[in-house]
Design a protein around this ligand. Structure first.
Ligand SMILES: Cc1ncc(COP(=O)(O)O)c(C=O)c1O
Length: 163
């Protein structure tokens, strides 16, 4: 019996070890991790430098808050902005949270330009996350089923109509 809520339907495999782009399951079977987690471990599993950095940080300071300045966060923001030629970064914990921020920024931009009811276009057959706003933005009824009322002011369009 599982004590996890049944919101996902996982495959019958449990990974217990990762090295580079390979995973090993409980039976010792090896797999190529073509998903990189879900795009989370682009530099591979258990790289020595990344493992060391995580271990060092865990031994120094686990968590403060955005109420305070965070040295490493500010250093990384600067590096990312310089590399990407952008002005500012926003760090979030998940794809859904990043998209929530994008939705909020788009609405703020609309209001700043005297649009009372800003509407956001998203693509049919898209996926934007499982929070209320991002599942409302998602162009796939399967993700939305059962969660009405949805967040309004998203219009879903076919991809070929936006290019
Ligand atoms: C395109 C896209 N947007 C948003 C998400 C949501 O990301 P998360 O599961 O980290 O909230 C995903 C996750 O697979 C995604 O593929």
């Amino acid at each position: 019996m599982s004590y996890l809520m049944s919101n996902y339907a996982p495959l019958e495999v449990t990974f217990v070890k990762g090295k580079g782009c390979y995973l090993t399951d409980t039976k010792g079977e090896q797999y190529l991790d073509a998903l990189s987690g879900v795009g989370v471990v682009g530099l591979g599993h258990c790289h020595k430098d990344i493992t060391n950095a995580i271990q060092t940080q865990a031994g120094e300071l686990l968590h403060t808050s955005n109420w305070y300045h965070i040295q490493h966060q500010e250093a990384l923001a600067k590096k990312l902005c310089q590399l990407a030629n952008m002005d500012a970064t926003f760090f979030s914990n998940s794809g859904a949270e990043a998209n929530e921020a994008a939705i909020k920024i788009a609405r703020l931009h609309g209001h700043a330009n005297n649009i009372d009811n800003p509407i956001i276009l998203t693509a049919n057959q898209s996926f934007h996350g499982r929070t209320m706003a991002t599942l409302s933005a998602t162009g796939n009824e399967k993700v939305q089923n059962g969660f009405a009322p949805l967040v309004s002011e998203f219009i879903h369009v076919d991809r070929k109509s936006v290019v």
